[in-house]
Write a protein that binds this ligand. Structure first.
Ligand SMILES: C[S@@+](CC[C@H](N)C(=O)[O-])C[C@H]1O[C@@H](n2cnc3c(N)ncnc32)[C@H](O)[C@@H]1O
Length: 331
């Protein structure tokens, strides 16, 4: 990596030079041109708001850009007083929360960054990537943390060396990509021999479940603009929530009647009422707005790990539907 000579606007290039340093081990030769431009291999790349931009628009992830800018801190444990994200990370990955100094982790699809903050605390160098400008939210919230570099990039076109990462983490994302099997393939390519991959996805099965109500409505909700949908849900959900709670509390009938009108309802938690409303709007939008919603079966995900020759892998039901963890064989 080369940086401009001293005295060339040193302060202005501090951020970009640090980002380039962190990225250098996992990507092609980097040259910092000025405070907002780099060359990575033969590619000209910009650096804005502390994010290296391999792509510059939200594309099919427009709804996520809006969602995470509207609910920047909602899911951060230290802001909502829970340990939900940390618990999910530990339960679903089995990875440690500290002691990973010297490792390099790829977080693919970081969104607003609730997992970014947890992964960064492990001490590893963290490359946090998102397709959309949702990554700007994570970069702002986690910006002061020295071991993270942020990039806007597509998992299906990652600008990193194959096998560059000790660990690859991708939770809450695969089902929102156009082709989950292909997405797995691209993530797998990033894991070094002997490295670890942790993924999850929505689950495809034949059971009637309240969250499947979204599939009755997505024909409509993916056709209105994300802004209009967000406006509607911000008005509707607080009014509907008390009725939805009554329905969902009904034994047996609640499961079926609750699977008609989409409403992500956290009535069974200890969250304060204002947070319950906020989470209901956020998660109902998160279910209805994304362009892609491609759940997978446990058997499908199992096949991905098996066909990629993973060892010590496990695929099982998890909080988001199905979760898979495995180790790539060492060379
Ligand atoms: C439901 S959010 C999950 C964010 C975060 N992982 C979490 O659990 O809080 C899904 C994120 O995946 C991102 N995403 C979708 N397709 C992607 C792709 N092909 N490459 C990178 N990110 C993608 C979206 O922009 C969005 O921020």
């Amino acid at each position: 990596m080369s940086v401009p000579a001293p005295n060339h606007a040193e302060n202005a290039t501090d951020g970009i030079a640090r980002a380039a340093d962190l990225l250098a081990p996992v990507t092609a030769d980097i040259t910092v041109l000025d405070s907002t431009n780099l060359r990575i291999g033969d590619r000209a790349v910009s650096f804005q708001n502390s994010v290296i931009r391999f792509r510059e628009d939200d594309g099919y992830n427009e709804s996520f850009a809006l969602q995470w800018k509207a609910f920047r801190l909602t899911q951060y444990d230290d802001r909502n007083g829970t340990s939900l994200t940390r618990d999910r990370y530990m339960r679903e990955t089995g990875w440690p929360t500290q002691g990973l100094e010297g490792e390099v982790i790829l977080e693919a699809g970081c969104g607003a960054g609730r997992f970014t903050s947890i992964l960064a605390k492990t001490g590893a160098t963290l490359v946090a990537v998102d397709y959309s400008s949702a990554v700007d939210v994570s970069a702002e919230v986690n910006g002061g943390v020295p071991n993270i570099v942020f990039a806007q990039a597509d998992i299906l076109d990652l600008p990193f060396y194959p096998g560059a990462f000790d660990r690859v983490f991708c939770h809450g994302v695969i089902q929102h990509t156009p082709d989950p099997a292909k997405t797995f393939h691209c993530l797998n390519a990033m894991v070094k021999p002997g490295g670890l991959l942790s993924i999850d996805s929505y689950l495809k099965d034949r059971k009637i479940r309240p969250w499947k109500s979204k599939y009755l409505w997505r024909w409509w909700s993916t056709r209105v603009s994300p802004e209009r949908l967000m406006g509607f849900l911000t008005w509707f959900i607080p009014k509907w929530l008390p009725i939805d709670t009554l329905i969902k509390r009904l034994p047996i009938l609640g499961t079926y009647a609750g699977a008609i009108i989409p409403c992500w309802n956290y009535f069974y938690t200890d969250l304060p009422p204002a947070l319950k409303r906020q989470w209901a709007i956020l998660d109902t939008f998160d279910a209805l707005a994304p362009t892609f919603d491609n759940p997978v079966t446990i058997a499908e995900m199992d096949t991905w790990f098996r066909d990629a020759s993973y060892i010590e892998y496990e695929v099982r039901e998890g909080g988001n539907g199905v979760v898979g963890n495995g180790r790539k064989p060492a060379l």
